[in-house]
Design a protein. Structure first.
Length: 292
C-alpha cells in the first residue's frame, strides 16, 4: 500500500509465499540505489509498487525494517515523471526469509569399530536452513564419494575411507557454514579401526644359560593391535596369570622364576589372544640352568 511517507506491505516471492514484512520510504533526490544488509545473501525480485512522492520535508534516505529472519534487500527507485514528484517506483529487488539450520551431524557406515581394510562411508548432514548450509571435511586421506548435495531441506556430504591401522584414532571433522551463523559449526568422529597385533615374543633376563639359584625374569610382549592382545604364560603345564601391562602400543606380561636344578630344560610358552586371531599365537622359550 502506497502512502505519502513511503510504502509498507508484505512482499512475496514468485511462489506466492510470504517472506518478510518490509517498510520502505523514498530516496532523497540523486540517490538511486542503496543496499541494506541484514543477515544473509540474495534472491529474486519480490515485488514492485508505485506511490506518490512525498513532499520535500518528508524526503529521507531509504529505511528498511526487516523481520528477524530476513536476509537482505536491494531497493531502487525510478523517476518516471517530468517534474520528478510523482509516479516513483520502489523496486524490492532482493528479499529473502532466512532460517538457521541444525548443527552438523555425522553418521558412520558400518557403525562402531571396523576391521582393517573395510570401506567406511561417513555422512555429514545439516538439516534445514534458508539458504542451505555449506559443508567441508577435514579427514586424512579422505576421498569424496559425492560433492556436497542438497535435498529439499538438508545439505549432505559423504567421505569414503579404506580402514587402515594408521587411521585408528584419527578424527574426521565436518564443518558447516551458513550466513546466519556468526561462526562455523563443526562436529567430529574418531575412527576406531580394529587390526591384528604382531606375533608374541619372549625374552629372558639375564640372558643365556644361568647358574643355579639365579632369579630369572621372563617377559612376554605383543606389540600393536587394536584392541591390545591379552597374554598368558605357561611353564611346564602351569599357567601363570600375572597382570598384563598395557602400554600405548603394546602389552607386556612378566614372571620371575628361581632357577633350580629342576628348572633346567623347563619350557615356558607365551600365549597371546586377540579377537582378530582365529586361534591363540604362541612363542616358546626353554630355560638352561648350570648346576653348581
Amino acid at each position: 500500500m502506497c502512502t505519502k511517507a513511503g510504502l509498507s506491505g508484505n512482499f512475496t516471492n514468485h511462489s506466492g509465499k510470504r517472506t518478510c514484512a518490509t517498510t520502505c520510504t523514498m530516496f532523497q533526490s540523486g540517490i538511486d540505489e542503496q543496499t541494506i544488509m541484514s543477515r544473509t545473501g540474495h534472491r529474486s525480485v519480490q515485488g514492485v509498487r508505485k506511490y506518490k512522492r512525498p513532499s520535500d520535508d518528508q524526503l529521507r534516505d531509504i529505511s528498511n525494517v526487516l523481520e528477524p529472519n530476513c536476509k537482505s534487500s536491494k531497493i531502487k527507485t525510478e523517476n518516471n515523471s517530468s517534474d520528478g514528484k510523482e509516479n516513483e517506483k520502489c523496486h524490492i529487488v532482493e528479499l529473502q526469509s532466512q532460517n538457521s539450520p541444525s548443527k552438523p551431524a555425522i553418521t558412520q557406515n558400518p557403525k562402531g569399530p571396523v576391521n582393517e581394510n573395510t570401506t567406511i562411508i561417513l555422512t555429514c548432514e545439516i538439516k534445514g536452513g534458508n539458504p542451505l548450509a555449506n559443508i567441508t571435511w577435514q579427514c586424512n586421506e579422505s576421498t569424496p564419494v559425492n560433492s556436497t548435495r542438497t535435498s529439499a531441506n538438508s545439505s549432505i556430504s559423504l567421505v569414503k575411507l579404506i580402514a587402515r591401522k594408521w587411521l585408528n584414532g584419527i578424527a574426521c571433522n565436518c564443518t558447516g557454514s551458513h550466513p546466519a551463523w556468526t561462526q562455523q559449526n563443526s562436529t567430529s568422529i574418531v575412527l576406531n579401526i580394529r587390526y591384528a597385533p604382531a606375533l608374541p615374543t619372549i625374552t629372558q633376563i639375564p640372558r643365556g644359560p644361568v647358574i643355579e639359584g639365579t632369579m630369572v625374569v621372563l617377559t612376554c610382549e605383543i606389540s600393536g593391535g587394536n584392541p591390545l592382545a591379552t597374554i598368558t604364560l605357561i611353564c611346564d603345564g602351569l599357567t601363570y596369570m600375572p597382570s598384563n601391562i598395557n602400554l600405548h602400543d603394546k602389552v607386556l606380561s612378566r614372571i620371575e622364576l628361581n632357577a633350580t636344578k629342576t628348572s633346567d630344560g623347563k619350557k615356558c610358552i607365551c600365549s597371546g589372544h586377540h579377537p582378530l586371531w582365529a586361534e591363540n599365537k604362541e612363542e616358546g622359550h626353554t630355560l638352561i640352568v648350570y648346576c653348581k
